[in-house]
Design a protein around this ligand. Structure first.
Ligand SMILES: Cc1cc2nc3c(=O)[nH]c(=O)nc-3n(C[C@H](O)[C@H](O)[C@H](O)COP(=O)(O)O)c2cc1C
Length: 167
């Protein structure tokens, strides 16, 4: 099987922002010739759900109570998963960590034998420990150091990063 890559991203349907992670994921897919899987919460987040300035919004309640962070996804299964040797996992940063719906995908899949490359977008935070936290949740896979992009990410900077990885 030829080397192939696969990029997933969290939180389709989230349109309170411009879809920065989607922009980055699409640029990775274009640069690698890889496939994309959107990680869509079964109950999509509305703009109101994502209002972190409201203590009563869905995302604030989930942030304040870890037991609420077990977010179901429409699917956690990628076709031909076994064929991918490199998996890029993208997410926005929420309160300094990976947006937690991505946890559901990470916990549900076996990354054995795969190189896993986290990437995120954020307003200002660095990628921090988000990648290593996801690696611990996954428990399998060869997780690489991740990359943070700004919310105003451009296709060019993502393409340059992918090229620098030699993937
Ligand atoms: C609930 C929530 C929490 C956020 N927390 C942070 C944060 O801690 N640090 C930061 O730099 N940006 C934070 N942001 C901004 C997002 O990480 C940033 O806008 C990201 O690019 C959004 O990606 P998206 O358009 O793919 O959703 C937060 C946004 C939301 C909705």
């Amino acid at each position: 099987m030829a080397r192939s890559s696969f990029s997933s991203r969290c939180c389709s349907g989230v349109r309170a922002t411009a879809g920065s992670t989607k922009t980055a994921a699409e640029a990775i897919a274009a640069a690698t010739g890889g496939d994309l899987l959107e990680l869509e919460p079964s109950e999509p987040y509305t703009s109101a759900d994502l209002d972190y300035n409201s203590t009563d919004s869905r995302v604030s309640r989930e942030h304040d109570d870890e037991t609420l962070r077990d977010v179901a996804l429409k699917t956690t299964t990628a076709d031909n998963w076994a064929d991918y040797d490199t998996v890029y996992i993208g997410y926005p940063i929420w309160w300094g960590i990976a947006a937690w719906p991505v946890d559901t995908f990470v916990k549900a899949n076996d990354f054995t034998g795969k190189t896993v490359i986290p990437f995120c977008t954020s307003a200002s935070s660095d990628i921090g420990e988000s990648g290593t936290q996801l690696a611990a949740l996954a428990g399998t896979g060869d997780w690489q150091e991740g990359q943070r992009f700004p919310s105003a990410v451009t296709q060019q900077e993502v393409t340059d990063w992918v090229k620098s990885l030699g993937k």
